[in-house]
Design a protein. Structure first.
Length: 82
């Protein structure tokens, strides 16, 4: 009576393949191809990534210095007070 849960509908023209987990290789060519590829990709993208971070860091430090300066009182305004 009826179909099993995994076979509720009939699908035509769909082929699925699977590989046993025991036959898969988790990290194939990791050291021989993966690390050189990582270095190449880093070298190619460093000129796109680093300059905005450097600019942001310079603006951030300048802004913090200006903020700390603006919190201080001007000593020249209090020279003639006793």
């Amino acid at each position: 009576m009826g179909r099993e849960f995994g076979n509720l509908t009939r699908v035509r023209h769909v082929i699925s393949y699977s590989l046993s987990p025991f036959e898969q290789r988790a990290f194939p060519h990791f050291f021989s191809k993966g690390i050189p590829n990582l270095l190449r990709r880093t070298r190619e993208s460093v000129l796109r990534v680093v300059p905005p971070f450097v600019v942001f860091y310079l603006i951030y430090t300048w802004g913090n210095e200006e903020f700390e300066k603006s919190k201080r009182k001007n000593p020249a305004a209090y020279e003639h007070d006793k």
